[in-house]
Design a protein around this ligand. Sequence first.
Ligand SMILES: C[S@@+](CC[C@H](N)C(=O)[O-])C[C@H]1O[C@@H](n2cnc3c(N)ncnc32)[C@H](O)[C@@H]1O
Length: 334
Amino acid sequence: MNRSTQLFQKEIWAKHYSSNHQILLVGEGDFSFALSLADSFRSGFNIVASSIDSHDDVIQKYKSAETNLNRLGNLGARLLFGVDACTMEFHRDLYLRKFDRIVFNFPHAGFLGKESDDGVILRHGYLVFSFFKNASWMLRPNGEVHVSHKTKFPFDRWNIVELASQSCLTLLECVEFKLEDYPGYNNKRGAGLRPDEPFPLGKCCTFKFISSSTATMLTALYDGIHQELQAILLQGANTSLFTDPARAIKSTKCFRIVVEYFDHARLTYGKNDCYLSSSVTDHLRFKFQRYMAEDHRRQSIDFVKLLEELQSFSKRTIEFLQKRFWELDLRGGL
Ligand SMILES: C[S@@+](CC[C@H](N)C(=O)[O-])C[C@H]1O[C@@H](n2cnc3c(N)ncnc32)[C@H](O)[C@@H]1O
């Protein structure tokens, strides 16, 4: 498939990655991860796959590399060599380019001693931190940086969520990494005497990060809605708008998200042992998790759109309630 036919092609998903995403892969081993995505998309035009090694070193290190690189080339992927994750934003082929997904699977600074030694952890941490710093400048507005990483000791001591936050990246979610989600992918040690051998994966996750400014916007929206909902809940549980929100909310998707607040509020309104404020927050968080889990193609921005609808509904409801209370007040009904 060439670039122009790809434009008319249906979107294809491979786990977290879409054929519509511009994807940058960093620190590839034998390029089998890149090939797995390109095979799923039946095209590699949206993929830039890179290694810190030279082309010759990659071919020498990994027995399948030559075939993988040829197949990726035929599928239209861009292949880059000598790309250092710590300085990649200035690489001449990447300078000023922006991506929807920037992915570094199992970053590792090499076999430098016992993995639990503080000095070794520091070296790995420096690699991951520098990668985050570079990647944070290379993201499109709704882009995500993904790092797949082992989560058991001593790898949990790398504190990658903290390292990301120092580069203005905020954890969106952490999803179990399963090799079988990427057919054909062979994880590689990448260094030492046996670079072509796999390393035991054990428990591992894909950590997904978004830029902290996007996260702040999400939180602000979330807080605004939370306050508005609380205001509705506290102002009156028995108005018709409140008891029949389905009529007032246009999309069924949005209704599915909010209905539980109303059910909960109806049941608890006036009971002084119920903590509405925390339960509303919990409902929102729970709803977000469930909404995202229902369909892995969903992005957090889809939930934001529903929240915006909910926010506009909340505003209309408050206006309605205020008007009603004001009328009742005027008639001496309160
Ligand atoms: C454990 S291997 C994982 C390889 C590959 N991502 C995979 O999943 O099979 C770690 C990789 O990190 C790469 N690496 C180490 N330092 C790097 C750097 N500064 N920039 C880019 N890649 C680096 C190594 O070349 C090696 O391929």
